[in-house]
Design a protein around this ligand. Sequence first.
Ligand code: SF4
Length: 62
Amino acid sequence: MKINADRTRCEGHGMCEALAPNLFRVADDGIVAPIADPIDDNDRDLIQLAVDSCPVEALRLT
Ligand code: SF4
């Protein structure tokens, strides 16, 4: 399982980072950079919450 972040879509709202700061980071360019790759199954619910919370639907679990 991986986090797919569409950096062309991300607008740097930071919801993902606020919900899961150990899994997402908004980089200096204002665009998200997933930290964990691949992700731990234990983090799945938290990641799903972050994916669902992104206002521009830039995140996907694959
Ligand atoms: S919540 Fe969405 S728009 Fe905001 S930083 Fe994360 S991926 Fe980007």
